[in-house]
Design a protein around this ligand. Structure first.
Ligand SMILES: C[S@@+](CC[C@H](N)C(=O)[O-])C[C@H]1O[C@@H](n2cnc3c(N)ncnc32)[C@H](O)[C@@H]1O
Length: 263
């Protein structure tokens, strides 16, 4: 069994598997930026295929999309031109001091900070890259969802879809690694084109709402919003004009935080 990263190596397939035809994620991010009067310069960290960066560019922002995957960046430059795309590691990056008015980090990219050192590295880099009063807008899984709930862990999820004439089937298993405080995912892809199955392993930090609040404060950020929805990946999803909720119980977590003006 090959263990290539089928999704980040195939950005087209990523978009086919996780479509966002109404650009909900980009629109939700823009709504947060506007509600808190963010300036124009935005860094989309973990930008993936570039679709959210392009949406923000389309509404008039000066956007830089950053990702670790060269395949994603190459795709973004071709498919979603407009933003500047650069390779950077969210665990520690330097794209210029005070270069941005906001950092957005969508679809759990922030949870690729597995360790406390990586989380500190990310927030220290944001602090350095943001102008005083700059915003951090992030959307991710909610670690607290797994406290007392096993519905996402009990049975593998099977998904099937057809892409470029080939039928794919993915079987996804989630497990909780309590020692590392990680949600580990194993996804096995099979296809009807005769190729051997591909196994992809991934993990996200299980970050809890109060832990996030604590680490943001330690890095000089004031939390303006911290809630479980509505958001672009909640059920039902966020709709234009809806305001943030007050609970942090469901499976997605949304945070908007402002860097202090005297950092
Ligand atoms: C789940 S995708 C989200 C992509 C995009 N933000 C979206 O919402 O469609 C996560 C992205 O994070 C990127 N990534 C993973 N680890 C990273 C790291 N250490 N630094 C920067 N990007 C990283 C992956 O290459 C991938 O494009």
């Amino acid at each position: 069994m090959s263990n290539a990263n089928l999704l980040t190596d195939n950005p087209d397939l990523y978009e086919a598997r996780f479509p966002d035809p109404r650009r909900l994620a980009g629109r939700w991010a823009e709504d947060c930026l506007r509600r808190h009067d963010a300036g124009q310069r935005v860094l989309d960290m973990g930008c993936g295929t570039g679709r959210d960066a392009a949406h923000l560019h389309g509404v008039g922002r000066a956007v830089t999309g950053a990702d670790l995957s060269e395949a994603m960046l190459a795709y973004a430059r071709t498919r979603y031109p407009g933003p500047e795309y650069v390779r950077a590691d969210l665990h520690g990056f330097d794209l210029g001091q005070d270069a941005f008015d906001a950092v957005v980090c969508l679809d759990s990219s922030l949870l690729y900070c597995h360790t406390n050192d990586q989380l500190d590295g990310f927030l220290a880099s944001c602090r350095q890259g943001l102008a005083p009063g700059g915003l951090l807008v992030a959307e991710m899984r909610n670690g607290a969802y797994f406290l007392g709930r096993t519905d996402l862990l009990d049975t593998p999820t099977v998904n099937g879809f057809t892409w470029q004439g080939t039928a794919y089937r993915s079987t996804t298993t989630l497990t909780v690694d309590r020692t590392a405080q990680l949600l580990r995912r194993t996804r096995v892809w099979t296809s009807d084109d005769g190729l051997p199955p591909v196994e992809q392993r991934s993990a996200w930090r299980l970050l809890f709402p109060q832990e996030l609040r604590y680490v943001l404060a330690a890095h000089g950020f004031e939390v303006l919003e911290l809630h479980d929805g509505p958001g672009p990946r909640t059920e039902p999803p966020w709709a234009e004009g809806e305001l943030p909720g007050r609970t942090a119980d469901a499976d997605r977590l949304h945070v908007v935080a402002r860097l202090s003006t005297s950092h």
